[in-house]
Ligand binder design. Structure first.
Ligand SMILES: Cc1ncc(COP(=O)(O)O)c(C=O)c1O
Length: 464
């Protein structure tokens, strides 16, 4: 230590006082978040230019930093925790989840190995078994938490590539004669599937986007035709990625038929249920999982529709050995005698890992499954009611069937639709996003914040 310099945190006095202030600030924020404009009104560069060009040599008090947080940073915040945030997929930093995050930071665990924190590994395993069973998923699934669905789909498709039996892990893909590899998904699949293919050396051309039917579900006949064509041309058929709850319309691909095709063609079946998965906490939504017994991997995001602060995405697989064979690489300094235990570093790319199971456990256990089901049911009810109200109007068209908590609609023309969308988002009272379906611009309302009431959803109607 440099003589005369205090250690990093000499005691906890200042921390304790500021910590109480922060918790009070958070509680006030959550109580009053509806008073903020949902979408920040700052212009590009407005936030950065308030700050000096270099970090300070001398530290500053928490009081100073908290007041600067309010005056300089908060104006540039788009309020994802706002009950009228309906853009993309709305999310929730719930009170239980926030407390979980605070404890996670305090412990600052790194769960790369079982022994680097047995509680992290064992709670992750347990919470994912609870969640799997609560969603009505098959009991033979092994789960792991990662940051996002994008990363989880990447890991799953890496395992699918390894399962081709080409020894890509050892030999790589370059300098050898490999036929083109194919992954199939619908044209409405999330872009993360194509991104995974880019990163896996399969390439954009290796992703075959199958057209959707009238309700934006994968057209299985078109899938059959694409597979037959690719097989005849000598391509290697790697995986089918089905989406249960697509990003634009929450449509559901016909999994039972897709599963039959994947089994017949010996392809890996990946299921992206990042958004809609949590809705199956309610038994009436479990039809979503029809055909799921055949899925090799499934992604569900508690950070989307299960009131858990971002980030928290679950990957389940019935083939953990393949995931492990794809990613396990244990250098001398990470060898342990605990070979019978799960060392989560063996099942993915990253070594270090956060204690995300703690906040998931806090959310499940503080609210209880019945309360979570109640909120999800209310939100699906709001979406239904919104769709009904919209259908009563002559000047509005629903662009897709209302599914789960998503409603997509438009005015008569793209220009009118854009004008309404701009007015909504400029008002600060709500935030919606857009999509294009069959060439038509649509306003997309996705309900999912735990504080949303009908009065927030009703704001959509007030702009028409
Ligand atoms: C269906 C679907 N899959 C995957 C993703 C990607 O999620 P993440 O942000 O967790 O990577 C999204 C994001 O909205 C999505 O809608």
């Amino acid at each position: 230590m440099i003589p005369g310099m205090p250690k990093l945190d000499p005691n906890s006095t200042e921390f304790r006082a500021a910590g109480h202030r922060v918790v009070d600030w958070i509680a006030d924020y959550l109580d009053n978040v509806d008073r903020y404009d949902v979408l920040s009104r700052v212009q590009p560069g407005d936030i950065a230019k308030q700050f000096e060009t270099n970090a300070h040599d001398t530290g500053r008090s928490y009081d100073d930093l908290l007041s600067e947080f309010e005056s300089k940073i908060m104006p540039g915040v788009t309020h994802w925790n706002h009950p009228a945030f309906f853009a993309y997929f709305s999310i929730t930093g719930s009170q239980a989840g926030i407390l979980g995050e605070m404890l996670m930071s305090a412990l600052n665990l790194n769960g790369m190995l079982w022994r680097t924190s047995p509680a992290l590994t064992e709670l992750e395993t347990l919470a994912l078994q609870w969640l799997r069973d609560a969603l009505g998923l098959p009991s033979n699934l092994f789960g792991i938490i990662n940051d996002t669905a994008s990363i989880n789909s990447f890991l799953a498709l890496a395992a699918a590539r390894e399962a081709l039996g080409l020894d890509i892990r050892r030999k790589g893909m370059t300098g050898r004669d490999l036929p083109p590899i194919r992954i199939y998904c619908s044209e409405h699949a999330h872009s993360s599937i194509e991104k995974a293919a880019l990163a896996l050396g399969i390439g954009a051309e290796g992703v075959v986007q199958i057209p959707g039917d009238d309700a934006f579900r994968m057209d299985v006949d078109a899938l059959e035709a694409a597979i037959a064509r690719d097989r005849a041309s000598g391509a290697l058929l790697c995986a089918i990625s089905a989406t249960l709850g697509t990003t634009s319309t929450a449509s559901v691909d016909p999994l039972p038929r897709i599963a039959q095709i994947a089994a017949r063609e010996k392809m890996w079946l990946h299921v992206d249920a990042a958004y809609a998965g949590p809705s199956t906490l309610c038994p009436e939504n479990r039809w979503l999982w029809d055909g799921i017994e055949s899925a090799d991997s499934i992604v569900v995001n508690p950070h989307k529709w299960m009131f858990t602060p971002i980030d928290c995405s679950v990957l389940w697989t019935r083939k953990p050995d393949v995931l492990r064979e794809t990613f396990s690489l244990v250098p001398e300094y990470l060898k342990t005698p605990d070979t019978a235990e799960i060392n989560y570093m063996d099942y993915g790319l990253q070594l270090g890992r956060r204690f995300r199971a703690l906040k998931l456990w806090m959310v499940m256990e503080h609210y209880g499954l019945e309360r979570l089901r109640g909120v999800i049911r209310d939100q699906i009810g709001f979406a239904k009611r919104l769709a009904e109200e919209l259908q009563k109007r002559d000047d509005v068209e629903l662009l897709a069937p209302q599914m789960f908590s998503v409603v997509v609609f438009r005015k008569k023309t793209d220009e009118e639709t854009q004008a309404v969308l701009d007015r909504m988002n400029a008002s600060g009272r709500l935030f919606v996003s857009h999509t294009k379906l069959k060439g038509k611009l649509g306003i997309r309302v996705a309900i999912g914040n735990g504080a949303t009431e009908w009065e927030h959803v009703e704001r959509v109607l007030s702009f028409l």
